[in-house]
Write a protein of this length. Structure first.
Length: 98
């Protein structure tokens, strides 16, 4: 909100470009179990889980994400669930087409 505005309804401007929601992070050194590791082995990426809704908690936008290593190995609990849902969906469609 632009608090310096004289308008009764303060103008709103976004400070987070929407493109940043699709960009992953490359530092997985503190998730999920922490510990000291070499920087190159800590590389991991987040990706927005578009099958789950974003929520606002205490005025903070929470974006559901999955977390994988640079080799595609799952680091969180959500990635295997999403992969299994995708596999069941693919096989179900295959059976319906047969």
């Amino acid at each position: 909100l632009d608090w310096s505005s004289d308008e009764a309804t303060k103008p709103f401007s976004s400070t987070l470009p929407f493109e940043r929601l699709f960009v992953g992070e490359t530092d997985g050194s503190s998730f999920p179990n922490g510990g000291l590791r070499a920087t190159h082995t800590a590389a991991a990426f987040t990706t927005w889980d578009r099958s789950s809704p974003c929520i606002v908690v205490d005025r903070v936008l929470r974006v559901p994400c999955s977390f994988v290593t640079h080799l595609g190995a799952a680091i969180d609990d959500k990635t295997p669930l999403l992969r299994s849902c995708d596999a069941v969906n693919r096989q179900g469609l295959r059976l319906l087409k047969a």
